[in-house]
Design a protein around this ligand. Structure first.
Ligand SMILES: [Zn+2]
Ligand SMILES: [Zn+2]
Length: 143
């Protein structure tokens, strides 16, 4: 066993773990917001390289920690933290203009879910569900 190599490996590992934790913390601070890789890169620019961010995002998406969503008029690829307990079993609605993401109220979700089941014989996986639209802040105003 080569001690020097294993120590080097351990340093690399903990560095990678540290980077991932920074990215994860960023997401946790922004539960129910969709953020683009670029926004994360800018926020964490002094700690994590851009390529490390892309690498981690791909990994975190694969492991189900974050989900890929669309954001803004140009439908940019963005990500949302998906492993938060408060999001469990919630249908998410995401505004295509501002990227804000919220939970469908139980009052709206229940009849929708029931109707899907009765009319279409389809059982909804709430937690996997994301609907796109326009939020009331963006729909109103019209400035
Ligand atoms: Zn949520
Ligand atoms: Zn909006």
């Amino acid at each position: 066993m080569n001690l020097r190599i294993s120590r080097k490996l351990r340093e690399t590992m903990s560095y990678a773990t540290e980077q991932r934790k920074l990215i994860l913390d960023y997401f946790i601070g922004k539960t129910d917001e969709s953020v683009t890789a670029l926004e994360i890169a800018e926020a964490l620019s002094s700690f994590v390289s851009k390529s490390a961010i892309y690498r981690n995002l791909a990994l975190m998406e694969k492991e189900g920690e974050i989900v890929r969503v669309q954001k803004g008029k140009d439908r940019a690829v963005a990500y949302r933290y998906a492993a938060s307990g408060k999001c469990a079993g919630k249908i998410h609605i995401s505004c295509l203009r501002c990227g804000k993401t919220e939970h469908v109220s139980a009052e709206a979700a229940a009849p929708f879910e029931r109707a899907l089941k009765e009319k279409d014989g389809f059982s909804l996986s709430r937690g996997e569900c994301l609907l796109y639209g326009v939020c009331k802040d963006c729909a109103g105003g019209g400035k």
